[in-house]
Design a protein around this ligand. Structure first.
Ligand SMILES: Cc1cc2nc3c(=O)[nH]c(=O)nc-3n(C[C@H](O)[C@H](O)[C@H](O)COP(=O)(O)OP(=O)(O)OC[C@H]3O[C@@H](n4cnc5c(N)ncnc54)[C@H](O)[C@@H]3O)c2cc1C
Length: 546
């Protein structure tokens, strides 16, 4: 091999790890024997049944290894769960995701072709963006149509509009090419061979966009999905806007019939059918470490489980700061990790309406973003500061996705604002002691602002139609998923914490790995499910060499 051919260099390995499941060579991986171990001894112990943890455990189970998942909540899924109130079933998180198809039917969870009984329905339009001077419906799976809409609004920017989408498509092609190359990349010609990728890994989304587009309003419109990734253009790594967004535009946005819980339940069933175990209501307190090597976990009720590897789907902050005492050994790792910021959290109002108001008003949209100006940087600051008056909102009208979402003749709505955690810190201690009077008052105040805004702009008669109202704050996110600062995408997806620099699966503690939003490749359904698989793939590579 020539010196220029670098096989599986760290850079490429992490890049590939985060971008493609094609690198997973299941046939070449070792196989589990399913041989009976002690009741509390497993091949892999996974902390947390979020999608990243479930997908990792499912991969172990598929390969014949004994996997155990320990989850503190009473249901699997982390954010991918639902809850019931008076006949309404609310989705905790999912609005839209990309899926795989077989014979034209969208029924496959990426990486899990065996699970084919979940029907995914498309958002008829990817989303609708309402701005002071524009009302744009981004068409389903129709990038040329979307480009035409933008050019009609901004004819002077035709070249820039075509250019930015060409860049995004070029990036996708580069990534496809590099994953097909499976690490066999000539570093001397890397820039020429992968021009879009080599540029993008050092660019924010703002820089990538600025290189093509001048008009501020147009920039806002093209960045209309920023809330799906949680950072404004000046901070968000370009890969994290360009890749998923072009995926959504070209492949469409989908939602599972049966809601997000259906995905989590299917993965849990997959694990159990293959001899694995998922223990709910079982929080992990400590990761057992000896000589800087993890060998198991201890639960809050004192049980110990051992494993060849421990995979943490719990947030990375707690994994290292609360579940072990390895600060000295981890010094340089933690020095770096502690410079990262947690991504934004959410403020949500879940509404069950006693009548079909959506149909009565005649709104056919499923996902609406309503913004009051063209300054995403300011919107981000408002979100950080929980300034509800100034913020726009996201509204999901689930009944327009499929019939039967709500009880007959009723509606299920979700109003969502991204929100920082700081505002809620003052309520934290009381909240976890069950003293919620002031907290409730504050969340009701914020919910009222949002309900009023929607009543005024989109759904007259909303307040009177409410039958059920639930409010979720950043503290709710912490309570149910234990995510550090209620973050929804793990660490902020900034340039210094994105592929290939995002915290890797492998940690400095031997046999301890990370899967889910806090590690590679990042947050969101279409990233955390692959995250679990990639994590498994890395462990297999290591076991193969032993
Ligand atoms: C309101 C909202 C809307 C969203 N909308 C979308 C969307 O439309 N599309 C999209 O793609 N993404 C969306 N996301 C993001 C997506 O939901 C997350 O990125 C993803 O689900 C995170 O998965 P994860 O594997 O990192 O685990 P998490 O969902 O964070 O789950 C971690 C699990 O670990 C468990 N755990 C933690 N600590 C312990 C412990 N000590 N012991 C035992 N168990 C523990 C938790 O209880 C939890 O079940 C949204 C998120 C939110 C909150």
């Amino acid at each position: 091999m020539s010196d220029n051919i670098m096989e599986r260099r760290d850079f490429l390995k992490t890049l590939l790890g985060g971008l493609s499941l094609a690198a997973l060579n299941w046939e070449a991986f070792p196989k589990g024997t399913q041989e009976s171990k002690g009741t509390n001894d497993f091949d892999a112990v996974v902390i947390g049944a979020g999608l990243g943890g479930l997908s990792c455990a499912a991969a172990f189970a598929r390969q014949g290894f004994k996997a155990l998942v320990l989850e503190h909540h009473s249901k699997p899924g982390g954010y991918a769960t639902t809850f019931k109130r008076k006949g309404f079933v609310f989705d905790v998180s999912l609005h839209s995701t990309t899926v795989e198809e077989r014979n034209g039917v969208h029924n496959l969870i990426p990486g899990f072709p065996e699970i084919k009984d979940i029907e995914f329905v498309p958002h008829p339009d990817l989303y609708r963006l309402i701005l002071p001077d524009y009302d744009i419906r981004v068409p389903h799976k129709n990038l040329p149509g979307y480009i035409e809409i933008l050019i009609n609004h901004f004819p002077d920017e035709k070249e820039g509009i075509q250019g930015i989408f060409d860049d995004m498509k070029g990036l996708t092609k580069d990534i496809q090419k590099i994953s097909e190359a499976r690490g066999q990349v000539n570093m001397m010609t890397f820039r020429q061979d992968y021009p879009y990728l080599s540029q993008s890994v050092n660019q924010t989304w703002g820089q990538m966009l600025d290189a093509r587009v001048k008009n501020t309003k147009l920039k806002f419109i093209i960045s209309g999905l920023w809330g799906y990734y949680g950072l404004p253009p000046s901070k968000l790594a370009s890969l994290y806007y360009a890749m998923p967004t072009i995926g959504y535009l070209q492949e469409g946005g989908y939602y599972p019939v049966g809601k997000s819980q259906k995905i989590s339940d299917a993965l849990m069933k997959f694990i159990e059918e293959r001899g694995g175990k998922v223990m709910l209501r079982t929080g992990v307190e400590k990761i057992l470490v000896k000589d800087h090597s993890a060998y198991g976990v201890k639960t809050a009720d004192g049980q110990e489980f051992t494993g060849k590897v421990v995979v943490s789907n719990a947030n990375a902050y707690d994994t290292f700061h609360s579940m072990m005492e390895e600060d000295d050994h981890l010094k340089s790792y933690l020095d770096r990790m502690d410079t990262f910021t947690a991504s934004l959290s959410t403020f949500q109002v879940f509404l069950g309406l006693k009548k079909d108001l959506v149909n009565k008003v005649g709104i056919k949209d499923t996902e609406i973003f309503y913004e009051t100006d063209y300054d995403i940087e300011a919107s981000y600051k408002d979100a950080l500061n929980a300034d509800m008056e100034n913020q726009g909102f996201g509204l999901t009208l689930y009944d327009n996705l499929y019939k039967g979402y709500s009880p007959e003749g009723k509606n299920t709505l979700n109003i969502l604002n991204l929100q920082g955690y700081s505002h809620w810190e003052k309520y934290e201690s009381d909240y976890f002691q069950g003293k919620k009077k002031a907290y409730r008052k504050e969340k009701e105040r914020m919910a009222d602002i949002l309900i009023d805004k929607i009543e005024e702009t989109l759904l007259p008669g909303l307040r009177k139609a409410i039958e059920v109202k639930e409010i979720g704050t950043p503290l709710t996110n912490v309570r149910y998923t234990k995510n550090y600062r209620g973050a929804i995408y793990g660490w902020d997806q900034t340039l210094d914490n994105s592929i290939p620099r995002r915290l890797p699966h492998k940690t400095p503690i031997q046999n301890l790995y990370l899967a889910g939003g806090w590690t590679q490749p990042g947050g969101g359904y279409a990233a955390v499910i692959p995250s679990g698989l990639e994590c498994f793939g890395e462990i297999m590579q290591e076991w193969k060499g032993k």
